[in-house]
Design a protein around this ligand. Sequence first.
Ligand SMILES: *[C@@H]1O[C@H](CO)[C@@H](O)[C@H](O)[C@H]1NC(C)=O
Ligand SMILES: *[C@@H]1O[C@H](CO)[C@@H](O)[C@H](O)[C@H]1NC(C)=O
Ligand SMILES: *[C@@H]1O[C@H](CO)[C@@H](O)[C@H](O)[C@H]1NC(C)=O
Ligand SMILES: *[C@@H]1O[C@H](CO)[C@@H](O)[C@H](O)[C@H]1NC(C)=O
Length: 236
Amino acid sequence: MGLVAFVDILFFFYLKLFGERGKMYAAVLLFVFVCWTATAHGDHHQPCRSPNMTGLASVMGTRAETRANGAFAYDSMNKKLRFQSNVTLPFNASLDLDLLVFFEEGVLYKIDSKNQSCEKKSLQNRKHPFALPTDATFVSTMTSGSASIEGEGLKFQIWTTPTPGFKSQTIMCTTMGCLPLSTFHVTESSMLMFSNMNVELDIKDPDLLLVPPFCQGLHAEETPEGTVYGFFDEFL
Ligand SMILES: *[C@@H]1O[C@H](CO)[C@@H](O)[C@H](O)[C@H]1NC(C)=O
Ligand SMILES: *[C@@H]1O[C@H](CO)[C@@H](O)[C@H](O)[C@H]1NC(C)=O
Ligand SMILES: *[C@@H]1O[C@H](CO)[C@@H](O)[C@H](O)[C@H]1NC(C)=O
Ligand SMILES: *[C@@H]1O[C@H](CO)[C@@H](O)[C@H](O)[C@H]1NC(C)=O
């Protein structure tokens, strides 16, 4: 049912922007957020802390094409993530990714289990769609579906996480219990949408959060000078 929030947000952001290109994305969204933030001023919502989770995630790109579908496990205490997408799932998802990320350390492993190889990268941008960051700003509370009919609505909160200097903006929708539902990551030239589904509040397989033997002892690749690398860049 992550699609519920997804459709709601489509209504607010995506349809307005569809067909627009380049810097327009960032400019329009920034404007919308400034307005919303202004109307929400006076509310003193602290960012909530997302729990441990196992679930499915779907990633869509700028032209509403599915870029990845996969399973994730997130340890919210140690800020560790495993995301494994699978091109054999429906919707023509194009990315076959296996990522193990330690957000606290700022390290991302890109794993290829088939030929037992691995890349290790340093993260400069530590934002991601599986936990609300501590610097998030509350925008508004809304209900997907009906707020008045029992069982027909999903109440959620909208947050923004500005990243000065990173030339990007992230908007997150969370349930009232702080499960991230949808995340919009907007840069000057592209947009990504993450939807989380079928979430359960534990880590089914803790071994997924361990560095595989063939990835150990690697040196992190240098990030090209003047660029900022983050989890979202794997999907752009
Ligand atoms: C989350 O999972 C980690 C193990 O991966 C565990 O140490 C921690 O206690 C869990 N947190 C909660 C709130 O269950
Ligand atoms: C990918 O999906 C196929 C079919 O749904 C499944 O058999 C396979 O185990 C999946 N692979 C992974 C790595 O999840
Ligand atoms: C997947 O790709 C095929 C061939 O390009 C196309 O015919 C089909 O409609 C696509 N399916 C979806 C769900 O986009
Ligand atoms: C691993 O296999 C893929 C194809 O499945 C190939 O493109 C890649 O170059 C291989 N990497 C190494 C280090 O052998």
